[in-house]
Design a protein around this ligand. Structure first.
Ligand SMILES: CC(C)(COP(=O)(O)OP(=O)(O)OC[C@H]1O[C@@H](n2cnc3c(N)ncnc32)[C@H](O)[C@@H]1OP(=O)(O)O)[C@@H](O)C(=O)NCCC(=O)NCCS
Length: 160
């Protein structure tokens, strides 16, 4: 079912599709640590200009049967590499995020790789677990998607 999930470099024409994915209120609530104002197209465009201009960031469009269904990112936080992902809500629960993250991890030479997820973002935690991540700690911070402080897990994909 997930064999047709592919990654490719991000094209200009993908950005309006990513933006539309991020207009979904439920997705923003689940993600918790998403954009301050999901409807702010200028902020979205500025963020993606920075993402695409930074050679240390690996950004990929996720396609299924050549249709854009989301994106995955690997980006530096200090000395660490963190991953994140977003899939169109209409397509949740089909294994796309798991397949896309697994494909991104195959592209990344470095280990460990880190991630963080709100403690109640059970789908994201399931995706990370299926890709080999383990919980290493916890944190909390202000979450735009909730307008409140939210607890999160810090996860790691260990070397080897
Ligand atoms: C998190 C997200 C990427 C998952 O995408 P997806 O394509 O639906 O993920 P998959 O289908 O690959 O896997 C989802 C897993 O979560 C599980 N799951 C989903 N909802 C769940 C719930 N409420 N409780 C428990 N498990 C749940 C599914 O059963 C599945 O696991 P399984 O295959 O072991 O059954 C998607 O919900 C999303 O884009 N959310 C908004 C952005 C976001 O939260 N990004 C991550 C920030 S840390």
């Amino acid at each position: 079912m997930t064999s047709d999930v592919r990654l490719r470099p991000v094209r200009d024409g993908d950005l309006p599709v990513f933006f539309s994915h991020e207009q979904d209120p439920e997705a923003n609530w689940v993600a918790a640590f998403g954009p301050a104002d999901p409807a702010d197209r200028k902020a979205f465009d500025a963020l993606w200009r920075r993402i695409r201009a930074d050679p240390r960031v690996v950004s990929r469009t996720v396609t299924v049967d050549d249709e854009v269904v989301g994106h995955v990112l690997a980006f530096p936080i200090g000395e660490r590499t963190e991953v994140s992902y977003w899939i169109d809500r209409r397509r949740w629960g089909r294994g796309y995020a798991t397949a896309a993250l697994a494909a991104l991890l195959r592209e990344l030479p470095q280990r460990p790789v880190h991630a963080r997820a709100a403690k109640d973002n059970l789908a994201s935690l399931a995706v990370l677990r299926k890709c080999g991540f383990v919980v290493r700690g916890e944190d909390k911070g202000y979450a735009n998607g909730r307008g409140a402080e939210v607890e999160e897990y810090l996860l790691e994909l260990p070397a080897g």
